[in-house]
Design a protein around this ligand. Structure first.
Ligand code: ATP
Ligand code: MG
Ligand code: MG
Length: 372
């Protein structure tokens, strides 16, 4: 049997491990948090990402992948030449840094929102006009779920946002008036075989993904455009493994790449229950060099995130979804991450299938009301 190492032990590692097992693949995760989700379904090396013994164990795996982009460079250095790490260090150094990522996207021929890289406060001079007058200032590193970003409408707000974000290197992006947000995953083996995930439509709330729907309600030609961009990025960046592109679609149909995740993505969770190959299986296959196929659902499906919202009262420890009603609703599948409740934290998701879009939409309206 093969063994796959994963840097990180969160819910993505949990779901990668669950997809790997039936393929005859055992999973080992290196993850310092003793309570991390993947502890229950994989061999858990509970140690820092740079722990020599932990890295020694990963080096003995057939391949190593990751579930978050901020893997310390020292860990990647320690594994270099000993075990294939997929995606590799060069791709990760781009995708974990917004400025480098945007430059590398453009070099690969992808379109992005207008942006200005700000290394220091002086770089903010005139930047807002350059991106169209309204923008979002984002830290170059470590942001996720909308953390580390501020909307700005005036040069004064821009300077205040810079200070609030800690005076660290940032990217100022023009505010995009998009029609919708969509995403697409692409998997690529070391041998160069390419496979695509579904084009999914995403709805965010407070900077956090709330709902994803497949198929996306998009104009003709959108999926082909998304695939072409994904293939170009995968090839230009030498992808081995799986990456996901987040797009903004403009009223004229143009797709701008918002950002890239070098891994399975929250918007792809609906592939678990859509009847086809899941994004998790696709990443495992791509990383280990197993045969790849496209991994789109066979039925209309959707996903709603359960994100911790402030408790109604002290005893409750956070508002709970109405689990009984969710179980009673036709087409639902619940996925929990075994995490302690915390406000703003992703705690689980519910996938939903339907025989047709009309039925799916009706069920989705109900489901969204059952999850706070
Ligand atoms: P995650 O990694 O969890 O997806 P993040 O913190 O990296 O999130 P982004 O994806 O950059 O954040 O932004 C979060 C959301 O904010 C986007 O999905 C979009 O809804 C909105 N947003 C971000 N940038 C822009 C922009 N330039 N114009 C308009 N909306 C934007
Ligand atoms: Mg991001
Ligand atoms: Mg994002």
């Amino acid at each position: 049997g093969r063994t796959l190492g994963i840097l990180g032990g969160g819910q993505l590692a949990q779901m990668l491990a669950l997809a790997a097992l039936p393929l005859g693949v055992r999973v080992v995760v290196l993850e310092p948090d003793a309570q991390a989700p993947a502890r229950l379904c994989a061999e858990h090396l509970c140690a820092p990402y740079t722990d020599p013994a932990g890295l020694e164990r990963l080096a003995a795996c057939d391949a190593v992948t990751l579930e978050f982009e901020n893997v310390p460079v020292e860990a990647l250095d320690a594994l270099r030449g000993r075990v294939p790490v997929r995606p590799g260090a060069a791709l990760l150094s781009r995708s974990k840094h917004r400025a480098r990522e945007k430059e590398a996207l453009r070099a690969a021929g992808a379109q992005t929102a207008p942006f200005v890289v700000a290394q220091s406060e002086a770089d903010l001079q005139g930047a807002l006009e350059q991106v169209g007058g309204r923008g979002i200032l984002k830290t170059s590193e470590l942001g996720y779920d909308g953390k580390g970003q501020r909307r700005v409408n005036t040069p004064d707000e821009l300077r205040a946002a810079w200070t609030e974000l800690g005076g660290v290197p940032c990217v100022l992006e023009g505010l995009v008036s998009f029609t919708r947000e969509v995403s697409l995953a692409v998997a690529r083996s070391a041998a160069g075989q390419v496979a695509f995930g579904p084009l999914v439509e995403n709805i965010h709330r407070d900077g956090i993904l709330r709902t994803s729907v497949f198929p996306a309600n998009v104009p003709e030609g959108t999926e082909a455009q998304a695939r072409e961009t994904a293939r170009a990025v995968a090839e230009a960046w030498g992808l081995e493994g799986l990456l996901t592109l987040e797009f903004f679609q403009l009223p004229d149909g143009t797709l701008l790449v918002n950002e890239v995740a070098p891994r399975v993505h929250n918007s792809g969770h609906l592939t678990q229950d859509g009847g086809g190959v899941s994004q998790f299986e696709a990443q495992v296959r791509a990383v280990l060099g197993l045969p790849l196929s496209d991994f789109a659902p066979l039925h209309p499906c959707a996903m709603v995130n359960w994100v911790g919202v402030a408790p109604v009262n002290e005893q409750e420890g956070g508002a709970q979804p109405d689990w009984d009603a969710i179980d009673a609703l036709e087409g639902t599948r619940v996925h929990l991450y075994h995490k302690a409740w915390r406000s703003g934290r992703k705690l689980g998701h519910v996938n939903l299938v339907g025989p047709d879009m009309k039925t799916l939409r009706a069920r989705l309206d109900t489901l969204e009301r059952l999850i706070p």
